[in-house]
Design a protein around this ligand. Structure first.
Ligand SMILES: [Zn+2]
Length: 189
């Protein structure tokens, strides 16, 4: 990441805001913003497949659900935050399981980059399908988008929910229902 370039870019934005902006008060802002970007975009150079890391050999083929993983990301259309919760479920192939914290780490790496909620939902399940070869994987993201609150249609409190299903979660209604029920007992299928 080219921190100097981000600093320059921020300087240009401030300049572009016009002569009535007090430049003196914003003197250190480009530096601060560049430093902040290096943190909130720290997932860009990390391969999400490698995040999963070690796969454990364990004879377990029941549902694994990691729910309420908090995340913050930046929408690539407006460069404003969107944030919320991710729920991830997978049904192992009877052989491969992963350290639970690795799922949260995967969400972290995929959210710390310019992102779209729909794409992130797909990426989570695709990485899990790829690395763990489970019977199936599922991800649900509930998020609020600052670009819907601060600008445009200005609808605070609106939640966008996306889901991606692979393998058995697509084919088998019972498995899908079990996962959805564990995520939110109020969901009735
Ligand atoms: Zn947006």
């Amino acid at each position: 990441m080219d921190i100097k370039k981000i600093e320059k870019g921020m300087e240009l934005i401030i300049e572009g805001l016009g002569k009535n902006v007090d430049k003196k008060k914003l003197k250190d802002t480009p530096k601060r913003v560049a430093k902040m970007y290096s943190e909130i975009f720290s997932g860009i150079d990390i391969d999400p497949k490698r995040v999963i890391g070690k796969v454990f050999k364990e004879e377990y083929n029941e549902l694994v659900l990691v729910k309420d993983i908090n995340f913050y990301s930046i929408c690539e259309h407006h460069f404003l935050p969107f944030f919320g919760k991710v729920h991830v479920a997978y049904l192992p192939d009877g052989n491969n399981v992963v350290g639970i914290s690795k799922i949260a780490r995967l969400v972290d790496v995929l959210s710390k980059r310019p992102q779209l909620q729909e794409r992130m939902t797909n990426q989570i399940v695709d990485v899990i399908m790829n690395v763990l070869t489970p019977q199936g994987a599922m991800a649900i993201i509930e998020a609020e988008h600052m670009c819907m609150m601060m600008r445009g249609i200005k609808k605070p409190g609106t939640k966008i929910v996306t889901s991606a299903m692979r393998g058995i979660f697509l084919r088998d209604l019972r498995t899908r229902t079990e996962a959805l029920y564990l995520i939110s007992p109020s969901i009735h299928i």
